[in-house]
Design a protein around this ligand. Structure first.
Ligand SMILES: Cc1cc2nc3c(=O)[nH]c(=O)nc-3n(C[C@H](O)[C@H](O)[C@H](O)COP(=O)(O)OP(=O)(O)OC[C@H]3O[C@@H](n4cnc5c(N)ncnc54)[C@H](O)[C@@H]3O)c2cc1C
Length: 380
């Protein structure tokens, strides 16, 4: 056990996930370089049972808490952040839905069973014109009722894990209801294609390609959600899977820099650079930032997991995302300063962490939205 790992179930999963993280790490640089989505890693996560752990107990799953998920996700990200972010979306979707949803019960029971059997799911909510769905833009993708079925047309961007997904939760404009809703689409539904558009400098191995829907025809009960406001209006602790990933990246950068500083011994010094005051200073600062971020994140998760305290949460979840993501950026920066120019070598993992950690700024909620909500609360 440790300060954060508090029970046997957590310890067993950390061990299992740790082994997979160490294995995935060996090919993370290659996947990044080629911008290749590692479907085989998702398969290994399926085989380990990991993809089913947020299925609620009411539907036969392990029903783990947000706190548990963060522990495992942070560890996985230390080895392979793109794989962790990819599966994190899936885990968080099932966790969120397991807390209660407005779905047709038969459809939800079916999906829960599919996930128990290895299916993976993610939300496809972003479009080129709306940008982040948290801003409340109206989707260009539309679902129109024809002969009792929903006919869906449109294009979603940033669909993480697109090549491995079995199900997509597609945000669409529902003409009949004059509101935004979510339709459940299967990868083999006629009219569904993936266009391989993802070519970013960060999180290159997440396969976050475009999902194209051309006359996709769905049964009536596949309209599973109607949104009252922009997504993100209701507190959703499961989204903390995002900062957990960037915390993992920061931890990996810190570990690399500490190891490097303990071993690198240029001939201008009597020993390794770890004894140089500037390196000590930066290392201490990295530790402080990591402690701050980790404690805030896990405490926010604990508050969310406690049904009696959850109603009192105001902006803590958004604040956790902001604090952790920015701390992670800063820690990676400091780790690179400690290592020096070698951190820029294309074979050095730090340059990958440097690129990957920046993606956190563009995952929800974005910094400006968090700050704006805090200010609004102050003047409330
Ligand atoms: C690695 C990665 C994986 C992702 N995976 C998924 C996924 O699986 N599914 C999914 O649906 N999405 C996913 N996304 C998309 C993500 O959630 C965002 O929608 C996307 O990054 C666009 O965000 P943005 O802030 O750049 O876009 P925009 O909203 O276009 O913002 C661009 C700029 O304009 C400003 N801006 C735009 N609108 C407003 C406004 N109304 N008010 C104030 N400022 C505004 C923003 O502050 C920002 O500076 C992923 C993103 C990344 C980076």
């Amino acid at each position: 056990m440790s300060l954060f790992v508090r029970n046997e179930k957590q310890r067993q999963w950390i061990e299992k996930i740790g082994q997979l993280a160490d294995e995935f790490q060996q090919t993370a640089a290659e996947d990044d370089e080629q911008g290749r989505f590692p479907a085989e890693k998702i398969q290994k996560l399926r085989d380990s049972g990991y993809t089913a752990i947020t299925v609620p107990k009411s539907h036969g799953g392990a029903g783990i808490s947000v706190y548990d998920m963060l522990l495992f996700q942070e560890r996985l990200a230390q080895g392979d952040a793109p794989a962790a972010l990819s599966i994190g979306w899936h885990l968080s979707v099932m966790g969120e839905l397991g807390e209660g949803n407005s779905w047709d019960e038969d459809v939800f029971a079916f999906i829960a069973k599919e996930v128990q059997n290895g299916a993976v799911i993610n939300r496809a909510a972003t479009e080129a014109k709306t940008g982040s769905p948290t801003r409340g833009g109206r989707p260009g993708t539309a679902a129109v009722k024809k002969d009792g079925k929903w006919v869906v047309n449109g294009r979603k961007t940033f669909t993480t894990m697109s090549q491995a997904l079995d199900y997509f939760l597609v945000t669409a404009w529902i003409e009949e209801k004059q509101t935004t809703g979510v339709v459940l689409v299967h990868k083999n539904d006629p009219g569904v294609t993936i266009e391989e558009t993802w070519d970013m400098m960060a999180m290159r191995a997440t396969g976050s390609h475009d999902l194209v829907l051309n006359e996709v025809t769905l049964d009536d009960n596949k309209l599973v959600e109607l949104l009252q406001g922009p997504r993100g209006a209701k507190p959703n602790g499961w989204l903390l899977h995002i900062p957990a990933v960037y915390l993992g990246v920061a931890q990996a950068a810190r570990d690399y820099a500490v190891r490097f500083a303990s071993e690198y011994s240029p001939n201008s010094l009597k020993g390794p650079i770890k004894d140089v005051p500037a390196v000590q200073q930066r290392t201490g600062e990295m530790e402080l930032e990591l402690l701050n971020a980790k404690h805030f994140l896990f405490h926010a998760a604990e508050l969310y997991d406690d049904p009696e305290r959850r109603p009192y949460l105001k902006n803590e979840l958004g604040a956790a995302k902001h604090i952790v993501t920015n701390a992670a950026l800063s820690v990676v920066d400091k780790a690179m300063r400690i290592v020096g120019a070698k951190s820029l070598e294309r074979t050095n993992p730090l340059q990958r962490y440097y690129r990957d950690v920046r993606a956190g700024l563009h995952n929800p909620p974005m910094d400006d939205a968090v700050i704006q909500k805090l200010a609004a609360e102050a003047f409330h």
